[in-house]
Structures are given as C-alpha cells and as structure tokens.
Design a protein around this ligand. Structure first.
Ligand SMILES: C[S@@+](CC[C@H](N)C(=O)[O-])C[C@H]1O[C@@H](n2cnc3c(N)ncnc32)[C@H](O)[C@@H]1O
Length: 402
C-alpha cells in the first residue's frame, strides 16, 4: 500500500531527492573518472583528431579531389579508415556508454525509498506548483526506437512500474557526481545566458508567463525567475520520471513551477498563452518534421509581442567543416540520428515557415554571463566583441518575436 500523500504542512518537509543518490566511495570515484574521460574525449581529443586530419587525411583528400574538403561529411569519409580516428571513436563511445552504467548501482539501491518519497508529494504542492501527468501519452518513435545517447531506458522508462522515477535519478546522478560535459547543475547556465540576452536586447520585454519545452526536471527555469521577477514558470516534457522529479524538487526548493506531461508537437494550452517560450538541447533529439510542428505550435502559443528562443547546436551552414564534422559525430555513434538532419536546417527558415516575420527573427551565439565580464557584455551588445562560441562559454540560440 502506498503511503498517503503529504498534507500541506508535511509537504513543507519535502525531501531533497538528490540526497537519495549516495554512491560509495568507489562508485563516486568511478562516475567522476568516467566524466573526466568523456570530457577528455569530447574536448581535448577532438583537437587531436583535427590535427590528425590535417597531417594525414587532408593531404590525401586534396591530392585526390584537387581541393580542400567542403563539408563535415567529406571529412568523416576521409577519416573513416584512419586508425587514430577509429580509436578516438571507440574511446569516446565507451566513455559515453560507461556513464549510465556507473550510476546504476547507487540508483538501484534506493528505488523503493525514492519512489515512496516522491509519491507522497501532492500534485498541487504547498508552494503553488502543479504536476499534470498523462498516463495515456504516446511516446513518438524517435524516442522509443533507441536509447538516446546510449542511456539505457532513455528519458521515459519506468523500470520499477508506474510512478518509478529512477530514470530521472540516473540522469541526475551523473551531474551530482560530475564532471560530465556541461556539468554545472543548471547544465551550462543556458537559462541565465538566454534570459540575460533577452532582457538586455529587448528592454521593453516584460514576460509574465514562460514555457520551457522539453524541460526535463525544469533546471533551466530557475534562472528566468531571477531575471524576470514574478514570472509564472511552466515546464513541459513528454517523459514522466523527470517531471515527477522536477515537481518534487521545486516543492523542496519552495519554487512554484507548473509541470505538464505533453508532446511539444501539439499541446493543450490556449492560443497566445505565453509571452516567452524557450527550449534547450531539445530539437536535435526529434525528427525534422516534428521540429517543424513544434515551432508552429510555439507560434500558436505565443501572445503578440511574445518571444521564442531555442538554444541548440549551431547549424552546419555556420560551421567550419572540421567543427561540423565533430558536431555530427553523435549522429553516427551516439544514438542521436537526428543531430545531423536538424543541423542541416536553416533556423530562421524554420521560424518563418511557422509564421514568424524574418525581420523579427534572430540567430546568434550569446555569452554565459557568469564567465563573461560585464564590460565585455556591453561590447558584445554593441557588436564590438563576439560571444564565446557554442559550448565554450556561449550558446547558439535562434527564434523570433511574434
Ligand atoms: C537533452 S534533454 C533536454 C533537457 C533540458 N531542456 C536541458 O536544458 O538540459 C531532452 C528532453 O526532451 C524531451 N522530449 C523529447 N521529445 C519530446 C517531445 N516530443 N515533447 C516534449 N518533450 C520531449 C525528453 O524527454 C528530454 O527530457
């Protein structure tokens, strides 16, 4: 028999779910080690692969074609049989695959207590946050056909039956033990980067209600509350485990967030319900037709004057071939098949096809404020200084104003 939901008074003592992740010394060290390994593969060894290409494969390519490679795809084919590249790919693949495995044991040990704790948090929590789940939701083929980025069970699996949130702790555990790439708790400070830029770029913009699509456990939403005081926070995701986790953690932190389990391609919110719609690390996960439906839905959901801002990988068209090649590695080897298809799109074209006016669209890299000096931010806004690049102190964003 499940325990009764917490009363409002008891809910004030909502447990910190992150504290359920209690790895042993050896488990903790293993997770950290794998995080360092993955970071090494993704950052340092990337440049070693570039050097290898320039030293060996590029001269052969130029000799054969009479020109340099123009695309990342050409570079991939030129390197496909290169031993260094193959070793790199094997190293990185294994580092990626070992990540979830390294947190599995400490998560499995606490599943009963974890699920019992979260089941007692009422859907209408004591701080005004809400959780709306849809047990009949259909998970699209692009999510169920494989384990995204080699994480067994993807985002949505409920291994221990209905209500199981262990998959959310699996995803969170790696962040807690860190370092994984973009390891900060709010995953690269995307909310701070996007919100700060919006507030500085559009001083007249005073959003009252924000929707974060594919919010997972809502970690990016907290920054918008700091930047736009009083804003009503809504987070939508298709996967129940992280929403339950996010709802309980928001209650624990005393922050009212409205979480809803829906497919972002078609939602039940009324027309014009939001002033600001954002997403991060989302569109590369879904098919291109689904992306088009999501952006059309965003247009419908925005109030006049509202702003859409998706943070995503930079498109192929704006990357040097070597960078393009590196970004698309995941499409081939990391169970992220939509990466390359998504990156082949024109972001502004996606927005105008959904109804946005081209003159009110944007696509650019914006700095993470915490690591970019305020005086430099002024220069950046005046166009006198570039943002740090995507994933290196800045993030690529695109969108438009309705
Ligand atoms: C990489 S996570 C993004 C997490 C978060 N936005 C962040 O900034 O870290 C991708 C999320 O997309 C969600 N997702 C995938 N397809 C979806 C869809 N069609 N509708 C809503 N959410 C979806 C997954 O459940 C997962 O939580």
């Amino acid at each position: 028999m499940p325990e009764a939901p917490l009363t409002r008074a008891e809910a004030a003592d909502t447990p910190n779910l992150d504290a359920f992740f209690r790895p042993t010394h050896d488990e903790y060290v293993r997770t950290r080690y794998i995080g360092v390994l993955l970071n090494h593969a993704m950052v340092n060894l990337r440049y070693a692969v570039w050097d290898e290409y320039k030293a060996s494969a590029e001269p052969a390519f130029k000799k054969k074609h009479g020109r340099a490679a123009k695309t990342g795809k050409e570079i991939h084919h030129a390197l496909a049989d290169n031993t260094f590249y193959r070793t790199y790919s094997s190293f990185r693949y294994n580092a990626q695959e070992m990540g979830p495995q390294s947190v599995q044991a400490p998560v499995e040990r606490v599943i009963p207590q974890l699920n019992a704790a979260v089941a007692r948090v009422p859907d209408n929590d004591h701080v005004g946050g809400t959780l709306r789940l849809n047990r009949d939701i259909e998970y699209p083929h692009y999510l169920t056909s494989m384990d995204a980025h080699l994480t067994p069970g993807g985002y949505w699996s409920e291994h221990a039956g209905e209500g199981d949130i262990s998959q959310a702790l699996m995803l969170q555990g790696r962040r807690i033990a860190g370092p994984v790439v973009n390891s900060s708790r709010d995953f690269g400070s995307v909310g701070a980067a996007v919100g700060t830029w919006l507030a500085r770029k559009y001083p007249d913009f005073k959003p009252r209600r924000i929707l974060d699509l594919a919010t997972q456990e809502g970690k990016q939403l907290y920054a918008y509350r700091d930047i736009f005081p009083g804003i009503e926070l809504h987070g939508l995701d298709i996967a129940a485990p992280s929403l339950r986790y996010g709802h309980a953690m928001a209650a624990y932190k005393g922050v009212p967030i409205h979480f809803s389990q829906q497919n972002a391609e078609s939602t039940d919110y009324p027309d014009g319900h939001f002033d600001l719609i954002v997403s991060s690390f989302f569109l590369h996960e879904i098919s291109v037709p689904a992306t088009k439906r999501v952006i059309a839905e965003c247009y419908r959901l925005l109030a006049p004057g509202g702003i859409l801002a998706h943070m995503e990988l930079p498109p192929s068209k704006s990357c040097e071939p070597l960078l393009d090649f590196s970004f698309n590695w995941d499409a081939r080897y990391n169970n992220e098949p939509n990466y390359a298809h998504y990156r082949a799109q024109d972001p502004t074209g996606l927005c105008t096809a959904a109804g946005f006016d081209r003159k009110k669209c944007f696509e650019l890299e914006v700095p993470v404020p915490a690591t970019f000096k305020p005086e430099n931010y002024e220069k950046f806004l005046k166009g006198e200084m570039a943002s740090p690049p995507h994933g290196r102190g800045g993030w690529f964003i695109f969108g438009g104003r309705k």
